[in-house]
Design a protein around this ligand. Sequence first.
Ligand SMILES: *Cc1c(COP(=O)(O)O)cnc(C)c1O
Length: 347
Amino acid sequence: MRAFKAHLRGLSPYPYAKVEAPIKLDQNESPFDLPEALKEEALRRMARLPWNRYPEIHAEGLRRRLAALLDWEEEGVVLAPGSNLLILALSLAAEEVLDLSPSFPHYAHAAKAAGTPYRAVPLGEGFALDLEALLAAFTGGVLFFPNPHAPTGALFPEEALKALAERAREVGGLLVVDEAYREFSGTDFSPLGRDNPHVAFLRTFSKAFSLGGIRAGYLLASPEVAQVVREVLPPFVLPAHTGAILEVVLENPGYAQEVAAYVRQERERVYGRLRQHPLWHPYPSHTNFLLVRTPDAAQAHAHLLKGGILVRRQDRYPGLKGCIRVTVGLREEMEAFLRAAFEVAYA
Ligand SMILES: *Cc1c(COP(=O)(O)O)cnc(C)c1O
């Protein structure tokens, strides 16, 4: 094959293999579907749409609504079918992608697919941020920084972000704070971008808003940065039916707060129980998942799967030897998980 760019030859597929199991705790999804009444309202609005017509070119109606809701400049909002697509667009546009290691694997994947130069700064002992090294490495380009952090669940302090935001301004780069898990940490770093066009924010409807299957996310940025991202994305990128669903959830955001409140409480309960485990070590989390260090991730994963529980292995990432990641699910699912986890201790 000589049709494609040479850099795509060594690309490995996104690290996800579908496995069936009755208790699915492997993708950081919400355990609750969208409330029935909201689903029905969304379906009614979808039925009223003219399906033969293209949607608005930049989802202007929704963009206006989000901008008003968040008190953000309208031209700085970009909606897309999933924040992963915004990550790809930013990676295509970027002169260089700077990442943490370990981090959300799509940053590296997108940079490689885009053929954009890529570097990653390792986290230190106990997943501590090496701020000095990161500041020194950030000489331009786009820095993807998930906070709360995936896959560790850690929340890095606001002072670190402030320093990175100032560094971004100084070197003319762009700090992209990925706030996919913000509802579970109760944080909002967007004030850092209000007077600094070198900081942008990624948000998603896939987690607390329980719309993983719908694919929707957005970028909050300066109009100048948003303009570049819009240029890279195809026009009419947000489907009309997705827009109808998002209208309904933005009018009724209360359920997402309930999902987040449940997840936070259940996460702390499960964390407390796992701390009693003689062999497994859970890390504190500000997200809807727990990272757990076990003596052998393959064994832990297989043992849980035998009990019908699917979690995600994380042991292939740097510094994550023995680690598995478990999404916070329903109470009874977490009870089944804990029972299986403690069987290991007594096996
Ligand atoms: C889940 C997640 C996302 C969400 O991506 P979508 O494409 O919007 O589903 C983004 N960033 C991180 C770090 C995530 O964990």
